[in-house]
Write a protein that binds this ligand. Structure first.
Ligand SMILES: Cc1ncc(COP(=O)(O)O)c(C=O)c1O
Length: 369
């Protein structure tokens, strides 16, 4: 019997191994800026909540505790300019990645259905479409799919991974209006929303300026991995249209996709405490302030990068050549090729390294060795 996952690409990160080996041969060691995995400690307020909920002999509910769903609704009102989130229409997820990868299939999409995602994009939007047997379509311009009834799901991602671009309310409202015209769902992946560097607003899809005060046909997808150093907990949620959340909850109950009870308790603590998010943001701000001028002084142009955890940088050459240049200096970045054809001449440089790693990378780049 031949078992193979549906037409998935090779797992791209494996192709970085030779660059990593080269960078690791640098006499002062490797600085890995290729992945966006947080490196600072999980805040005590969250760890304490996890520990206090460690006695958990029974099954947790798939829908999450009422306390968690209310904390999410309060957080949307307080931090995301999105009042009126119905706690019944909130669903915790085991990190966002599984939701992104399974949403098309769990919505019943399949052959003949189109899933739109940004041109330079987190690869899991494409993977989720393929796992469902649907067709991914990379497009930033609404006109690429306006009026196309085959489009059933549209992913938006602001602030963007990898580019750090922020979509304004007018653009998001245009996406929502075009999707509603054809009865497609808009899923908005917003996990870098707290990490804006320009002071410009980062509107949520659930902001009344975007969705017109109705959550019909829209979902906000959010993860605590980045803002709360919780990637290891797998702590995220989705909220929005009650008519979409209800069947999604049903299928996730059948599939056993349950956030562990201690993690649910930890999420409540994380969502109620804004101080640790502000503190973590300042750490990233300092790393960005060190790295950005160093990258520019080495002859890179940094595009967008208005928010989020990455510098979207180019030397106007193929990304693999840039990766070579960086590896010679003991630095590993992510090639734009991982994020789509549109991104082949950029590299993504993450701010998620220790202060000493960022400082080493900055001085190696500034020296123009
Ligand atoms: C745009 C985007 N969405 C989703 C995720 C997944 O986050 P997690 O699965 O840790 O919640 C990431 C992580 O890097 C991301 O960059």
């Amino acid at each position: 019997m031949g078992l193979s996952p549906r037409s998935l690409p090779d797992f791209p990160w494996d192709s970085l191994a030779p660059y990593k080996a080269r960078a690791a041969a640098h006499p002062d060691g490797l600085v890995d800026l290729s992945v966006g995995t947080p490196v600072d400690p999980t805040p005590a307020v969250i760890r304490d909540a996890l520990a206090a909920a460690a006695d958990a002999p029974g099954y947790p509910t798939t829908h999450g505790t009422a306390a968690l769903r209310e904390a999410v609704a309060d957080w949307f009102a307080r931090r995301r300019g999105a009042p009126g989130v119905d706690p019944m229409a909130v669903l915790p997820t085991v990190g966002s990645k599984e939701l992104v990868a399974t949403l098309p299939a769990y919505l019943g999409l399949g052959e003949g259905d189109v899933v739109v995602h940004p041109r330079a994009a987190y690869p899991t939007y494409d993977v989720g479409a393929r796992l469902a047997g649907a067709t991914p379509l990379a497009a930033d311009d609404v006109d690429a799919w306006r009026g196309n009834p085959a489009v059933r799901l549209v992913w938006v991602n602001s602030p963007s991974n990898p580019t750090g671009a922020v979509a304004d309310a007018a653009h998001l409202a245009e996406v929502v209006a075009a999707a509603r015209e054809i009865g497609a769902l808009v899923a908005s992946d917003e996990c870098y929303a707290e990490l804006s560097w320009t002071g410009a607003p980062v509107p949520s899809i659930l902001d009344p300026q975007v969705c017109g005060g109705s959550h019909e046909g829209v979902l906000a997808v959010y993860s605590l991995s980045k803002q709360s150093n919780l990637a290891g907990y797998r702590a995220a949620f989705v909220a929005g249209d009650p008519a979409v959340i209800a069947p999604l909850l049903e299928v996730r109950k059948h599939a056993g996709l349950i956030v562990p009870a201690p993690v649910q308790a930890a999420m409540v603590a994380a969502l109620r405490d804004d101080a640790h998010v502000a503190e973590q943001k300042e750490r990233y701000r300092a790393r960005r302030a060190a790295l950005l001028p160093a990258v520019q002084s080495a002859g890179f142009r940094v595009d967008r990068s208005e928010a989020g955890l990455y510098l979207w940088a180019t030397r106007d050459e193929d990304c693999w050549l840039t990766l070579d240049y960086l590896a010679e200096r003991g630095i590993l970045a992510a090639p734009g090729a991982f994020y789509g054809e549109a991104a082949r001449r950029h590299v993504r440089i993450a701010l998620t390294a220790s202060d000493s790693g960022v400082s080493a990378a900055s001085s190696r780049l500034a020296k123009r060795e």
